[in-house]
Design a protein around this ligand. Sequence first.
Ligand code: ATP
Ligand code: MG
Length: 593
Amino acid sequence: MSQEKAPIPLGSNFIRAIVEKDIEQGVYASRKWAGSPGEAKHQAAGELDSAKIRTRFPPEPNGYLHIGHAKSIFLNFGLARDYNGVCHLRFDDTNPEKESQEYVDSITDSVKWLGFSWQNAKESNLYFASNYFDFMYRAAESLIENGYAYVDSQSAEEMRINRGTLTEAGKNSPWRDRTVAENLALFREMRDGKHADGSLILRAKIDMASPNINLRDPAIYRVRRAHHHNTGDKWCIYPMYTFAHPIEDALEQITHSICTLEFEDQRPFYDWLLERLAEAGLLAHPLPKQYEFARLNLTYVVLSKRKLIQLVEEKHVSDWDDPRLPTLAGARRRGYVAEGFKLFTDRIGVSKADSWIDYSTFEDCMREVLNINAERRIAVLDPIKLVIDNYPVDANGQSQVEDCFAPNHPLKPELGKRVVPLTRELWIEREDFMEVPSKGYFRLTPEGMVRLRYGYVVKCTSCEKDADGNVTVVHCEYLPDTKSGTPGSDSVKVKGNIHWVSVTHAYECEVRLYDRLFKEAHPGEGDRDFLNDMNPNSVTVITAQLEPSLKDAKAEDSFQFERHGYFVADKKDSVAGKPVFNRTVTLRDAWQK
Ligand code: ATP
Ligand code: MG
């Protein structure tokens, strides 16, 4: 047999390759885990970690998660699932401003909705970085004690100037050589509220001439009098993100810390910091390692929390879960499904090269999944009346009601059929009748014939119009021997096939037709204001006539409305017996036939 290279399986990527190699070489095999996060001596008392790897998804609770976060969730939780590991959900809440419980709740909901859990039989790995403030403080003191950190009294402006540029080395702060005792005293005063916000800052002492600006004595602790949603007013100093994050990873015994590319230049500081704390005995080897991947950029949406917050706060959308938003809460209400997210993240892969993914790729994934899972139903979105004048009526003029049988899923006969009642008066789509047909139009025309899907062939006889010339009612006669599913029903050949709903049985219902929120692929590109790129027609609310069974739909049930697309019973506004529907996505080839 030839030695061909095995094809790269779907979903494989460079990070998986690293994880596989680390496991094979036993890089993390000696790691201990005491059952909870903690420093070296805490973990040393634990057992060998039964989790082969530990990853984490670390959102800052300062907004709702969006489609970009889903990529990170599938990556981190997916690695843990596939390599006998665990993935922690960690709220990176070290910045006291802008964080809130509402965001915490929505984030946990979204992660669960995508199908992941931070809990297993042994442990629940849901953590808040703010619970590590005590350790972070001690870590900072340890750096000071070992000559690796100093308190700087320069103003922010002086620090900025002395930091240097990409081509010029920085200048040492005049305060860089304070003694350990002086630094410790000042740092404790910072903690004890003796200094104004912004007046002093603790910096790592590394190298002001480093070609990597992030190593030019980065700030690690600042004075900030702010109420924290978890720790209240206990602290008036807060750690900087670049200091806090590696420590959070290390306390949680994370093996592979995966982040987006913009943190690549931070990696040397990540490693420097953890090494210093390991030398001081606070952390143990093997230390976590950071790996970077390209963030998701998606056309026709904005994936920046700042912009999303602006859309919500300025009421350009109804709320965080507006079905037009790319938030996961919005996506869920829109009717996008977790399985579609999985397909999408598998398909776009994980790489180190930034690129743009077209929104249609995302929509295609949703269509593919919904096509397989969603039952079919009939809906008339823009109704006009069709009267079958020769259809039987009783002595009181009441129409006969006849059962027609519509398959619930063309690819899944095991899902059976349902009854749709046929009567003398039906709703059909306005565009399924044309008085003066265009070329290639195969639906109803004066004198034309068409099949009523799952029912009879009908022949048009006339139409009625209002004073403005708009068609209001179409008249036809049916051919009694042509009922679908009966012998000889196809003896009369017709080219068109239209859907319908009985007027007396229809469920009249609000349907929201959503479209893209932005009309430009790259909202706000160049110096445009992204708000000017909003699509003014991103939602149309209509009153539709639906087949009667849809009245029983439960919130979040998804359907394909035949010939229209995929629709979901809205999660928020549906009540039992009275669902309202959101259009998730149109059918790819609507009206092609
Ligand atoms: P912002 O910078 O807009 O405030 P963020 O992206 O930093 O938001 P976090 O809450 O810090 O938001 O993100 C949590 C995790 O999700 C991080 O690990 C981050 O790398 C990842 N993430 C965020 N946006 C994307 C994206 N577009 N594609 C892939 N991963 C992302
Ligand atoms: Mg962030």
